[in-house]
Design a protein around this ligand. Structure first.
Ligand code: GDP
Length: 416
């Protein structure tokens, strides 16, 4: 039996990733979510989309329709980091729900289908994420499918999303014969040759060596063009070292000047592991994102206040989802600043009503665990709130604050 990965998670905020997966319907978001939960040990039972056993799609309406409608958040652990995976609806009809979940994310994986490339919905969700300033990495999924073409998908990212793709992997094999990737930073191959559950690291295969070097060079050139420190090293040494490259990729992800592109197949269970490594390496922690803003009573002309992700600051959190479960009314909170404990009285600043915090739960795929407090940067579910609605700000009664409303969405792009 595997040890519980949650035991070794850091308490530090730098180790937290509030992550979403953005995708066109059918690109593989549900399957990837399952694989992430499986890889992180949060669930030991593999769910399959077609048999309706997936952990995130728990609502029967979702199962019936085969799409993820309601957002939910699941906590898992990877490489000492705590990853809160916030489900985002993939269907464009639920654009408000996408907006709501985008508000509470610090970073996202944008998933594309290796056959279709950028599709209309992926484009509109990408724009929504732009407006919310959510840093992204891209994952080109379904490389095992007939007609899969990483280069064409990358070209569509460049052209349709107007962002510089920074491709950090080279696929090994095509379509049915897709067996792994070359990691262009470390120049190592990661292969799933022995079946869906095995994963081997080794040297780059001889047949791919030249191509891997060519692509590494392309990556370095693209990074040097955007990043002054990388450019300096590139000019001085005529190459960029892996650590500098990684640091530059992290900076470019956070500014949105470039997008790191990974590829793979959600059908290879452990193929998700390099993606998780990239989440930890490139996407920001709650400390790396700008402070949230709001006014005392939510009025537009009130004095704007900012709250940084500081556990010692006055408490402020957003209710981003309310659901009825067997446990009772469960309110999902993104805590932006401060700390709350069970029994605390908080103010629903917009409704001018106080609420009492009941049990605080970390929602996991296999079970929920009660925690004694939630701090800035955290995502938890709280039992016991009586009236607070989705979108409500909860705050310290002695420091009232209503978080700024979400950015107004553009008209929904129609999909053929
Ligand atoms: P979502 O709508 O984005 O949540 O996509 P799903 O995860 O439901 O996947 C849509 C369909 O694509 C399902 O039939 C999956 O089994 C299939 N699928 C997902 N990932 C892969 C992949 O890597 N390769 C192939 N060939 N099919 C995939």
């Amino acid at each position: 039996m595997r040890t519980d990965p949650h035991r070794h998670v850091t308490d530090s905020l730098t180790g937290v990733r509030n992550l979403g997966i953005l995708a066109h319907v059918d690109a593989g978001k549900t399957t990837i979510t399952e694989r992430i939960l499986y890889a992180t040990g949060a669930t030991y039972k593999r769910g399959e989309v077609h048999d309706g056993t997936t952990v995130t799609d728990f609502d029967s309406q979702e199962r019936d329709r085969g799409i993820t409608i309601f957002a939910a958040a699941v906590s898992c652990a990877w490489d000492g980091h705590r990853v809160h995976l916030i489900d985002t609806p993939g269907h464009v009809d639920f654009s408000d729900e996408v907006e709501r979940s985008l508000r509470v994310l610090d970073g996202a994986i944008a998933v594309f289908d290796a056959v279709a490339g950028v599709e209309p919905q992926s484009e509109s969700v990408w724009r929504q994420a732009d407006r919310h300033g959510v840093p992204r990495i891209a994952f080109v999924n379904k490389l095992d499918r007939a007609g899969a073409d990483l280069d064409a998908a990358v070209a569509s990212i460049r052209e349709r999303l107007r962002v510089v793709p920074l491709v950090v992997q080279l696929p090994i094999g095509r379509e049915d014969g897709f067996t792994g990737v070359v990691d262009l930073l470390r120049m190592r191959s990661l292969v799933w040759a022995g079946g869906r559950d095995t994963f081997e690291e080794g040297p780059v295969p001889d047949a791919l060596l030249e191509e891997a070097h060519r692509r590494r060079r392309l990556l370095e050139e693209a990074v040097a063009e955007l990043h002054p420190i990388a450019l300096e090293e590139f000019c001085a040494e005529s190459e960029i070292s892996a650590p500098t490259l990684a640091a530059a990729l992290r900076d470019l992800t956070r500014t949105g000047e470039g997008v790191v592109v990974l590829c793979g197949s959600a059908y290879r269970d452990r193929g998700i592991e390099p993606l998780l490594d990239a989440v930890v390496a490139y996407l920001p922690s709650p400390l790396d994102v700008p402070p949230v803003r709001g006014t005392q009573d939510g009025s537009r002309d009130g004095t704007v206040r900012e709250r940084a992700a500081d556990p010692a600051a006055p408490f402020a959190a957003l209710v981003f989802k309310v659901s009825s479960t067997a446990t009772g009314r469960l309110s999902y909170l993104r805590v932006y600043s401060g700390t709350i404990r069970k029994g605390d009285t908080v103010l629903d600043a917009g409704a001018r009503r106080t609420e009492r915090i009941g049990r605080i739960l970390r929602v996991r795929a296999d079970r929920n665990t009660e925690v004694d407090r939630a701090v800035a940067g955290d995502i938890v579910a709280v039992v016991g709130l009586k009236a607070a609605r989705t979108g409500a700000t909860l705050c310290d009664p002695s420091a009232p604050m209503v978080l700024e409303p979400p950015v107004v969405a553009d008209p929904v792009v129609s999909v053929a």
